[in-house]
Design a protein around this ligand. Sequence first.
Ligand SMILES: [Zn+2]
Length: 177
Amino acid sequence: MDGVLEGGFSCTVCGERHEVLPLKYSVKAPQAVMTIPSDEIDSRVVITPEQCVIDNRDFYLRGRILIPVHGVESPFVWGVWAEISPTNFLRTNEMWNTPGREQEPLFTGWLNNDLFLFGETINLELAVRTQEVGKRPQFLIRDPNHPLAIQQREGITVEDVQDIAEMIYHRGWKDEE
Ligand SMILES: [Zn+2]
């Protein structure tokens, strides 16, 4: 199976054994969408699995925060959304199917999901790294002292992945892939 560590783990929170240990959590929409009344969503929000525009004015791109896991081949992944400038949004669209787009320079984005494990993460500054056609962009945390940036740089352990699972399973952070 992709995106999980087989074998599960014994949970220190509920005392049960959870069957798999996820390496990946994702959210379907930017946080900004959650603040819009449900009867206004249709008229104000355009969203696809990869892109979102609110009020024809605020632009969001889905991407991945990758964190190496010591001793594990695949990285841990937060599938999240970044707000980006209109200019960068247009450029991203222009290059969507262009081979070689991974040569694009990094550009700035602002995280638009709340990863509660790390305190306040809304508007955390990111560098967006475009990937080859068909792959979601990578998000790099710009502030080198932010806990997420340290994890991106130094990696985490399987035990850390388990801690994350325990908090998510028992605090209801939605995994909606
Ligand atoms: Zn549990």
